[in-house]
Design a protein around this ligand. Structure first.
Ligand code: SF4
Length: 260
């Protein structure tokens, strides 16, 4: 099937190509009209009115640690390890008291655990030394913490501090490109484009909607189009079904149900 035509978003400009050459994010393309984008996210909002991340945490600090540990690991695997860890160390001070070796023991079922344990201790130390033991609320400060990249910072800003951000993980990157919602070659490019094409009033929850849609329906190996609520609107060349699934609110997420 031929690729659907991409539409430009924003006011057309005579020198848009010049702008695009200097700033790739300015050349935002999407296969969907504003009305179609509105409808896609309206349906996601009916399906999951209050979407939540699946990483267990009790405060901004445990969220930072959980997200940093989740790189190249599943949320289910991280939750199994952090349940016991966070019971005894839910602040930077307690984490430092525990020490790197013990942190390593708690998280050794997670990939790259040696390096991650080092980072957990180093970021706890920085929080105590430079931020009075609290998690900072700006992206620039967050990405200075060891083991915290732009994606982790975006998740923390959104989940801990209620700021609309778009942390592009593997699911979001795949969906943005697969369905041509905000195609891009890098996560940063996709992030900038999604921030422009998603209707503003849906931006706050859009991150979780897209992740959960990717995890449970628009899966990596075989998208389950017959179970998809946007199958009639979707313009993916990989789509195998044309009728939207019934639009109903889903039961609460079941942790551990996800299949990659
Ligand atoms: S129709 Fe298929 S490809 Fe399109 S969003 Fe739904 S699951 Fe993904």
């Amino acid at each position: 099937m031929a690729n659907p035509k991409l539409k430009s978003v924003g006011k057309p400009s005579q020198n848009s190509n010049v702008i695009a050459r200097h700033n790739p994010a300015a050349a935002v393309k999407t296969a969907y009209s504003p009305a179609e984008r509105e409808e896609i996210f309206r349906r996601f909002s009916v399906q999951r009115p209050e979407p939540k991340g699946e990483l267990e945490h009790s405060n901004p600090f445990t969220l930072v640690v959980a997200v940093a540990l989740s790189a190249q690991a599943t949320d289910v695997g991280v939750n199994k390890a952090t349940r016991a860890l966070f019971k005894i160390a839910d602040t930077p001070e307690k984490m430092l008291e525990l020490g790197e070796e013990k942190v390593r023991d708690y998280i050794k079922t997670i990939g790259l655990y040696r390096n991650k344990a080092k980072n957990v201790i180093a970021l706890s130390q920085m929080l105590v030394d430079q931020f009075g033991g609290t998690v900072p609320e700006t992206r620039d400060e967050l990405v200075r913490l060891p083991g915290v990249g732009r994606k982790t910072a975006n998740v923390v800003l959104s989940m801990a501090f209620g700021q609309p951000t778009m942390a592009v993980d593997t699911h979001i990157f795949r969906i943005a490109n697969r369905i041509r919602l905000a195609p891009g070659k890098t996560p940063d490019e996709v992030e900038a484009r999604l921030m422009k094409v998603i209707p503003k009033h849906y931006l706050y929850h859009a991150h979780h909607w897209l992740i959960l849609h990717g995890r449970y329906t628009c899966k990596a190996r075989r998208p389950e189009c017959e179970r998809c609520v946007i199958a009639d609107i979707c313009k993916s060349p990989e789509k195998s079904w044309d009728m939207a699934a019934p639009l109903v609110e889903l039961p609460p997420q079941v942790i551990g149900e996800a299949v990659e």
